[in-house]
Ligand binder design. Structure first.
Ligand SMILES: *Cc1c(COP(=O)(O)O)cnc(C)c1O
Length: 399
């Protein structure tokens, strides 16, 4: 009996990609091996995080880095670092910070459920900009000057959610913020691949950048990366690590946390509840090495094969299929299945739900159901899983 059988939980076929709700991406064998090896010996977490910092710096081009409990926790810690910097009194007070600078300027159109992670630090968000294109009321979106116009006596920094189509360009926003000495915190959770985005994003001069470790990087689902400016990463580390130590005996690796810059030892901070285990750190670093080496690229072709199999299975059904390739050679393609809901007599919502309830249970992406479209994201599929998706989809579209 495997562990899920013992627990009475039925595994599913994940055709939705590395979403948190479905447990994220499968970890490669090398990553699982690093996890179990790390579990057999004890290390100082501070020293392990310092080694992680050096590895993250090497692989992303950032000055320093920290393994966090997901990108969401990187956002909380990043905001806390920008608010408190090296001020121990402020660290102690967080998330209560109404009596010091705690406002982050953000484009109104970049707000999402994930900004709760930023607000959890105590930060308050100040919205700017209008997306007149989506509103069908004009031709422009948020502009760099709007960030600058919102800066004031309570400003702590800027939050920016990076995407391939984000407007304005991050570099222009960083320039406006730096003119006034403010830091920029970037949510780039799912923006690699392509690998070149590590450099593209960090070379804008953004002060802190957050990535998910459990999406395309394929580390443990519960990991993330906070990277960027050394002093801010150190502040985040101080607010996350177990700080129960004597100041006289405390020896943090100087490149990671410069003891000279700190006026004493903070107590356990805002991030103490966001701990990351030695096993998770070792596994994430192994996954980051694999990802950065291009070890996953060969699978893009395999994944396309899966999508072709699934598309072929529904050729004569009331649906039109379309494989959307990404030309970076690193990002898996997606399959869109546009249903003829009238001919089927069923909506995409109903078909999606039936797939979830079938045998085996198949979860396709529910992102475009309201346009009558099922999306198959192959990143978490095996050959076996893909043939189940093909068969179940054909069955549903024959009913
Ligand atoms: C997935 C995601 C997150 C959260 O990442 P976790 O690693 O799951 O914490 C944050 N922001 C965006 C835009 C995301 O897509």
């Amino acid at each position: 009996m495997n562990v899920y059988e013992r627990l009475g939980v039925t595994p599913i076929i994940n055709a939705s990609g590395s979403v948190t709700r479905l447990g994220g991406a499968p970890m490669p064998p090398e990553v699982l091996q690093a996890f179990t090896e790390a579990a057999t010996q004890a290390v100082s977490i501070e020293e392990l995080q310092a080694a992680a910092s050096a590895k993250i710096a090497d692989l992303t081009g950032a000055e320093s880095g920290l393994v966090t409990a997901g990108c969401a926790s990187a956002l909380t810690l990043g905001a806390a670092a920008i608010i408190a910097q090296y001020d121990l009194g402020k660290m102690e007070k967080l998330p209560h910070c109404d009596d010091f600078r705690n406002e982050f300027v953000i484009a109104r159109e970049q707000r999402s459920g994930y900004d709760h992670a930023v607000r959890a630090s105590g930060a308050r968000l100040v919205e700017v900009g209008c997306n007149e294109i989506v509103a069908n009321a004009g031709v422009r979106r948020t502009e760099p000057w709007e960030y600058e116009a919102a800066f004031g006596p309570k400003t702590a920094g800027v939050v920016f959610v990076f995407g391939r189509n984000t407007v304005p360009w991050l570099g222009d926003v960083v320039e406006r913020a730096h003119r006034h000495g403010y830091s920029v915190l970037v949510d780039a959770a799912a923006e690699v691949p392509p690998r070149s985005n590590f450099e593209v994003i960090l070379s804008t001069g953004a002060d802190l950048v957050c990535f998910s470790g459990g999406k395309a990087i394929r580390g443990p689902q519960s990991t993330g990366i906070l990277c960027g400016c050394r002093d801010l990463v150190a502040s985040a580390a101080l607010q996350m690590l177990d700080m129960d130590e004597h100041l006289s005996m405390w020896e943090p690796p100087a490149k990671f946390i410069d003891k000279e810059k700190i006026d004493g030892l903070p107590r356990h901070g805002l991030g103490r509840g966001m701990k990351v285990s030695k096993e998770e750190i070792a596994a994430l670093l192994t996954a980051l090495e694999l990802f950065s080496s291009g070890a996953y690229d060969a699978e893009v072709k395999t994944f396309r094969g899966y999508l072709e199999t699934i598309a072929d299975a529904v050729t004569n059904k009331p649906a039109r299929t379309e494989i959307l390739d990404d030309d970076d050679g690193e990002t898996p393609p997606n399959l869109e299945v546009h249903l003829d809901e009238a001919a089927l007599g069923r909506t995409a919502f109903e078909v999606c739900q039936s797939l979830r309830h079938g045998d085996p249970r198949v979860y396709v992406s529910h992102a475009r159901l309201s346009s009558g479209t099922l999306v198959v994201r192959p990143g978490c599929l095996t050959a076996d899983g893909a043939s189940h998706v093909a068969r179940r989809l054909a069955e549903e579209l024959s009913r």
